[in-house]
Design a protein around this ligand. Structure first.
Ligand code: AGP
Length: 607
């Protein structure tokens, strides 16, 4: 989603800003812009890629201080006018903004009534005018931003530049901003990984924080004028932007990284002799695990599907009632929060606004919420304070692949830990631990020979819609397969628990309709194969994901894709891989922008 990068120091800012935006490109955006301070503020913006912006930059855009932005449209279409930065009418104030100004309509009307000519359809532009008006009233840059934000309702990651001041004023509320502390220079970005080439010393701003950046340092304070608790921390340099290597796309690279990232996630976190899991970051004793009344897992998109797999694993192993929730719905349904329950917020980016809001709602109502997160130091990880890092490493492609696997693996380890504290026998626990430890090699083996994926691509690529079916742990895998194909190939997909198909979606089937069925050799297999018959009877073309050696199942399919067999609780870790490959190859075949699909953002920082 929208990205922010800012710089003040002794270097020429323009190239630094463009490179900073490049490191934010993976988040998804539709336009970009830059403002540089010299004697005056000069600015350029355009729609499309950062490369377009670079190609239209005027040659003499020199200066040691500037701000740059990638925009993902919310209020107002994808136009040059709506791209950031936005400037005050006299051009002396420039702002870039992530988030949503909820009372922008009223503020726009008021500004127009005051005689201001607005240049864009955006909610963000009002900030430039409000700040400028405060400057005209004689307030300092910092106090001008403070006053403007007090007139505003909503979320912001904001940077403001002033014609007559060598500084950038930043503010955060609900939209991440990280300050990079350099030697004689300061940086700001919406994503810490944009900062790592320059500095590892960062300040994560909290909601309600403001910061004044100069070449000499950073001064933080609170919106209400109090002092801020913000401190400098050191982030891991190794978490840079991943190199694409010899792969044509990050998505394919990340699919192939799964064996290694699963090893990173599982290693040292299971105890075979005890059949147990060991997640130190939870800081939950066996006694505390025994006292948990119920568990709620919360996430969006792929993370939600991982929650749905995790829910089944937890109930299976620990016999504790568990629910998974769509994060965007959670907070608004006035959820009953019990102090005896455990809440787990699952997110790759750790910045998803819907999930973060759910976390805050739970905490506000006295619940305990822990993170199951990939990005170290992200907003949700910090808001939760405790939890599990899934250790996928950087995921660049908008379509999440290796993070799904590591979320499922992490939740499986959690299931073992709570299971062993409650009802899971050592013998059964050992079986899961053994199976889990074998998974990375099994995924590796499957990726060496992924079966007739390209045949499946031909069956799917021109279809008007694709139906995905599965039962038990394979039902969320079906949803994940459908989500992947929709987001990267733009083919409408439906996913249903296989038994539910005859209650409606079967009406879609006609001669040649592709139906992808996930059917590992678990207790649901026979029933799923009956549903396959029902589809075949209506002319559907069956693409079946089944266990290696299960020839009885394979024979029912038009295209049969075998994956290594494993324990039924963790079969999603294998069955999801051919679905990821299917989505990827269909998207390539259709000429889609695989790593940056249209309209999507990697990090969804607005609700
Ligand atoms: C996955 O392929 C999607 N791009 C999307 O659904 C994603 O999983 C969702 O936005 C949640 O993101 P998070 O894991 O960073 O919270």
């Amino acid at each position: 989603m929208c990205g922010i990068f800012g710089y003040i120091g002794n270097q020429q800012a323009t190239n630094l800003l463009i490179n900073g935006l490049r490191r934010l490109e993976y988040r998804g955006y539709d336009s970009s812009g830059i403002a540089i301070l010299n004697s005056k503020i000069s600015h350029t913006k355009c729609i499309g890629r950062v490369a377009n912006l670079e190609s239209v930059l005027p040659e003499n855009m020199d200066g040691n201080c500037g701000i740059a932005h990638t925009r993902w449209a919310t209020h107002g279409g994808v136009t040059k006018e709506n791209a950031h930065p936005h400037l005050s009418e006299d051009g002396t104030v420039a702002i870039i903004h992530n988030g949503i100004i909820e009372n922008s309509r009223a503020l726009r009307n008021w500004l127009i009534a005051e005689g201001v000519t607005l240049q864009s359809e955006t909610d963000s532009e009002v900030l430039a005018h409000l700040i400028h008006r405060a400057r005209c009233d004689g307030l300092s840059p910092l106090d001008s931003v403070r006053r403007a934000l007090r007139q505003t309702r909503g979320t912001w990651g904001l940077c403001a530049l002033f014609e007559d001041e060598q500084m950038i004023v930043c503010a955060r509320n609900g939209s991440p901003l990280v300050i990079g502390v350099g030697d004689g220079e300061s940086f700001v970005a919406s994503d810490p990984h944009a900062l790592t080439p320059h500095t590892q010393r960062v300040i994560f701003l909290e909601d309600g924080d403001l910061a004044v950046l100069t070449a000499g340092g950073v001064q933080t304070s609170r919106l209400d004028g109090d002092s801020s608790d913000a401190t400098v921390t050191t982030i891991d340099q190794s978490w840079g932007v991943a190199d694409i290597g010899d792969f044509p796309h990050f998505m394919l690279k990340e699919i192939h990284e799964q064996p290694e990232s699963l090893r990173q996630c599982i290693s040292g976190r299971t105890v075979l002799s005890e059949g147990n899991g060991k997640l130190g970051g939870l800081d939950l004793s066996a006694k505390k695990l025994l006292e948990i009344s119920h568990i709620r897992l919360i996430g969006c998109g792929t993370a939600l599907h991982a929650c749905q797999v995790g829910r089944l694993a937890i109930e299976h192993m620990a016999r504790v009632p568990t629910q998974s929730h769509v994060a965007s719905e959670f907070r608004y349904n006035n959820p009953v929060i019990s102090p005896a329950a455990l809440y787990l917020a699952v997110s790759q980016s750790g910045e998803t606004a819907d999930t973060l809001s759910a976390v805050k709602e739970i905490q506000l109502k006295g619940g305990t919420v822990m993170g199951v997160i990939n990005v170290v130091g992200s907003s949700i990880a910090r808001q939760c304070g405790r939890g599990v890092y899934i250790h996928s490493g950087p995921e660049q492609a908008v379509a999440s692949t290796k993070a799904f696997s590591n979320m499922v693996a992490s939740l499986t380890i959690f299931s073992l830990q709570i299971g062993r504290a409650r009802s899971l026998s050592k013998r059964d626990g050992k079986q899961v631990v053994k199976a889990l430890n074998a998974i990375p090699n099994q995924v590796e083996k499957y990726l060496e020979d992924s079966g007739p994926i390209m045949e499946a691509v031909q069956a799917v690529k021109d279809a008007p819609h694709v139906l995905f079916l599965g039962r038990g742990a394979s039902a969320p895998v079906a949803r994940e397969g459908a989500l992947k194909l929709m987001e990267v190939a733009y083919i409408p997909c439906l996913a249903y628990p296989a038994g539910e198909m005859k209650h409606g979606p079967i009406a879609l089937l006609e001669e040649g309709s592709p139906v992808v069925v996930i059917c590992p050799n678990d207790k649901f297999r026979a029933k799923t194969l009956s549903n396959v018959q029902e589809c075949k009877a209506r002319g559907a073309k069956i693409i079946l994901i089944h266990d290696e050696g299960d020839d009885e199942a394979a024979i029912e399919a038009d295209i049969a894709i075998a994956v290594p067999a494993t324990h039924s609780v963790i079969s999603p870790l294998l069955t999801v891989v051919p679905l990821q490959l299917l989505a990827y190859h269909v998207a390539v075949e259709l000429g889609r922008d695989v790593d940056k699909p249209r309209n999507l953002a990697k990090s969804v920082t607005v609700e």
